[in-house]
Design a protein around this ligand. Structure first.
Ligand SMILES: C[C@@H]1N[C@@H](C(=O)NCc2ccccc2)[C@H](O)[C@@H]1O
Length: 449
């Protein structure tokens, strides 16, 4: 391997209790809320065709006109408890919440800049309201923080001159101070979700990113930080020059889901996903295809079946209310989770050959495999092929507990027979009670009779 001072300091998964809890979340919520929510993805009658929270970068919006939106931000009817109760009903186990997005506006009263919620008519500490309300509902809170800060005079995209480096040194101290402030003001915080770290200035700061991560973890032992913070001393991000992940989990799955287990390279990971095609902050006109509840449930099953978590983004309006589509998705996902969450919480990759009917998940530490079924074959028979080290003892519909008949096939496969005449209109779960068996010789073809 290439000798590195500031590459990964750990190979393989983190195996402590905090990370084990993170690994078992299954389903999470992301919330993007800020000054961009006021513009709603449009400006002076024109619609921005980029992500709504990036509207400040649109040539139609003069920076000076965007930057004074803090004078308008006043969600007088904002109710963090209502947010947390909606999330609880949806069945999410963790929240990632924007404290400061790329525009540099802080939703907490930071003492390191004037560009904070205190400079708005609302004045109150939104980060505290959210952290307290979600923690009270038993949902763990992670704080999103953008390193890139378009508003701060010392932010630099690259370090080309001495002046750049002097300014960026001030910026790195500002960043460290703000992160210290967040962890000290909100001690319930379980982790930090970094964004805006793709520019050269950060890629050239590998040593600083390493010392910053170690410093933050010294403040809060067990703190969980993904792979989007770090750069190694050669400017590599996410994985270092030796291909080892830098961070507690792979944070590159933004709006995309791994195709196979091989794609996750044995790392912990989560996928963060928008309900529209793209766009995280509130937009009056959502982009492209709006994912249905069934699609979001399938993405959740897909992620958990490959050993990850699925995080659905919500973009509340400037007044703190959610759009009706998001409210409906949250309610419907919650109704499904109420019946089927056994197949999602504390589950992992089963390692069985995937079949067309849907996805397998395995309960961590138990001899239970779940089939999450999205496609019922016309035959009504679901083929399964357990890994060679297990046999299936029983198959039961999770909802209603009805036992299903099975028929052995060749090569260790079986058919599971769905009840005749029963029609399924929603994704459903079959619980397989399994028993470990010593590695059997590959079962040969049956003798010809
Ligand atoms: C979680 C999302 N990340 C921000 C973003 O700009 N993503 C686009 C992007 C993703 C990966 C590399 C460069 C740029 C979006 O604004 C959201 O905050």
């Amino acid at each position: 391997p290439i000798p590195l001072q500031h590459g990964a300091h750990r190979t393989g998964k983190r195996m402590d209790a905090d990370m084990a809890k993170w690994r078992g979340y299954g389903l999470g919520q992301f919330i993007h809320w800020g000054l961009y929510s006021i513009l709603e993805g449009k400006y002076k009658g024109k619609y921005y065709n980029g992500a709504a929270e990036w509207i400040r970068s649109w040539k139609e919006v003069p920076n000076a006109e965007y930057d004074v939106l803090n004078k308008q931000f006043n969600p007088a009817t904002f109710n963090a408890t209502a947010w947390a109760k909606m999330a609880k009903q949806m069945g999410v186990k963790y929240l990632t919440f924007t404290t400061k997005h790329h525009d540099g506006f802080c939703l907490w009263p930071s003492k390191y800049t004037d560009y904070t919620i205190e400079s708005s008519p609302y004045k109150k500490d939104i980060v505290k309201e959210v952290v307290d309300a979600y923690t009270k509902e038993g949902i763990d809170v992670y704080l999103y923080f953008s390193i890139m800060d378009w508003h701060h005079p010392d932010w630099r995209y690259d370090l080309k001159t001495k002046e750049d480096s002097i300014a960026f040194d001030r910026f790195k101290l500002f960043t460290k101070n703000q992160l210290t402030e967040l962890l000290q003001r909100y001690p319930q915080t379980k982790g930090l979700w970094f964004d805006g770290t793709w520019d050269n200035s950060w890629k050239k700061s590998g040593a600083f990113t390493d010392s910053l991560e170690q410093y933050l973890k010294s403040l809060v032992p067990g703190l969980i930080i993904g792979s989007r913070l770090r750069a190694d001393e050669k400017g590599n991000r996410h994985v270092d020059a030796n291909g080892v992940l830098m961070g507690d989990y792979e944070q590159g799955w933004e709006r995309k889901i791994p195709k196979t287990y091989a794609d996750v390279h044995g790392n912990d990971w989560d996928c963060v996903m928008t309900i529209p095609e793209n766009g995280w902050g509130y937009a009056e006109k959502w982009m492209g295809h709006w994912k249905t509840t069934n699609e979001l449930i399938e993405m959740t099953a897909q992620c958990v079946s490959l050993g990850g978590n699925f995080v659905v983004n919500f973009g509340p309006k400037a007044d703190g209310s959610f759009r009706k589509e998001e409210i409906a998705n949250a309610k419907e996902i919650g109704e499904w989770m109420k019946i089927n969450s056994d197949a999602i919480y504390n589950c992992e990759y089963a390692g069985w050959e995937k079949q067309d009917w849907g996805y397998y998940t395995k309960k961590r530490g138990e001899d239970k495999v779940y089939m999450i079924v999205f496609n019922v074959p016309l035959s009504g028979s679901l083929k399964i092929k357990p890994s060679a080290n297990y046999v299936v003892e029983k198959a039961t519909l999770l909802e209603g507990k009805q036992q299903l008949s099975t028929e052995k096939l060749d090569y260790g496969a079986s058919f599971i027979q769905l009840p005749k005449g029963k029609t399924f209109v929603k994704p459903f779960v079959i619980v397989l009670d399994i028993k470990p068996v010593k590695q059997q010789e590959e079962a040969g073809p049956k003798a010809k009779t």
